[in-house]
Design a protein around this ligand. Sequence first.
Ligand code: HEM
Length: 542
Amino acid sequence: MSCIRFDLCQVVVAAGCILSGLFVFDWIFSIPSRSLPLPPGPKGHWFFGVKKQLPRKEPWKVYASWAKLYAEPVISFRVFNRPVIVVNDLQSITDLLQQRVGNTSDRPEQYMSHHVCGRSKTVFNISSSDPRHKIYRRLLQQGLGLKSTKTYWPTLQEELETLLKGLSESPQNYVQHIRRNFVGVIMRVTYGYSIDSLGDTFVRVAEETAAITEKTMAAGSWLVDYYPIVRHLPSFFPGGDFKRKGRVWRDRLGYLSDVPHQWVKNQMASGNYSDSFTSSLLAKDGVPVSSEEEDIIRWCAGGLYVGASDTTVSAITSFILLMASHPEAQSRAQAEIDEICGRVQTPQPAQLGSLTYLHAVLKEVLRYAPIGNLGTVTFFGMNSMRLIYHLPIRIALPHSVVEDDEYRGYRIPKGATIMGNVWAIMHDPSIFPNPDVFSPERFLEVSPHGQQSSPSQPDPRQWAFGFGRRACPGVYFAETSLLLVMAGILSKFSIGLPPKAAAPNISFTTGLVRYIVNLISHVSIYSLTWFHVATSSHSTFA
Ligand code: HEM
């Protein structure tokens, strides 16, 4: 008996030694060759790199401070064995992320999510070298471009009316009303499906998908994402449990992604369906689509919902807080809306083009409170509620480098994760003077009094929606829906702080989709005042 135990011990020790040896081998050879130096940056621990040092709070500010410390706009560090490059100024972002797009538009490989859980073909994860990526981009750009967005105007208008009604009934629940609006719009646009509330089955499906996806993609959680050797560990071995969990999640995610898609197919078969992104692609030219084409349609549709929900909700909640704390900007926007849209009707999508000041407000919201501070966002639809309660978000969708490259005498290694520090640009005083002041006027050529002011500052939308071949395909649709909601809210309500409330000290959540903390944690302090249009009197509901 003791002899057997001794043998087992020996086997375990021997296996441990071999694995550790292979691990070190894997680690050494996964670090790129050293012909040119990497950009400067903190060295970190020999095994973890800077994983444990990475700031939990506002990392973009820390990256900007490292750029200053190392006197170099391009910095690098390591998380486990993976090099990470952060580009911190306009020139380097333009050069690396907007010009060398062919080399910086890939996504980092995440073995757990992509391969174990079968998520390598999602719009967000797919490699830029996969021929499908081009097809996805084409379908998404067509489905969300100017022409298609016009066909969604009636949906946007109807959902706006529901939002305004909800706000008038319970303004204190405005975050939920706003979420309901964007989720309702995107479900109708994507699947022709109308939700009744945020507790709707399809919404819960999306929420569960988001929750599982977060677990599979949580940065630094799966050693197998960094070290290929871990793929060969048995399930019972420490670090090997990803296989068992991955199998369960893969099956569940596969089932969940089929629910709305199958629903559209059933509706189409019954002849009773509303036109949507999915139905129009499935019904193309009356010819049945192949299974490959159907798979592409399913993934693209999933991308729409995920891409649209948190981002738009974040933008509007920031807008509400900024309007509450900047009454002069709010009054000016309202005066413009009154003049262009009239005081009785709800603003219409066709009128949005004439709302110059409101466009400037949107630009300033995207600049002042960028949604993706690192040029990328975390898209997990219904997770806004979790953000609201300050739970950490640990997943990001950064870019990765396709081939070894050289920049400013440094090596930009193949496979490195690369991020543009959008926050640094949006708060660079040489680009946006007084960057910490919220001022939509910076985007106007003419001052409020009609005099010529200094030339307007650069359009922040060129950085707010990401870069290169991964840049947001929903930008046009997003702007239309955001402007319509902003115009609708300001046409019917005034947003204010309660009497005697001190101006809030604005700070933000640290997730890669950023929310303003104050708004979220002091929701109840905000009051919305309903304009009784006919009599021009006001009554406060909150
Ligand atoms: C305020 C609103 C929005 C903002 C600020 C925003 C921002 C972004 C950003 C920063 C990215 C990542 C780009 C990159 O990796 O370089 C992105 C990607 C994406 N967005 Fe948006 N977005 C918004 C709204 C929307 C909407 C409404 C949709 C769809 C209806 C959408 C769909 C997508 C998709 C599908 C991607 C993935 C593109 C890819 O990986 O190829 N987004 N967005």
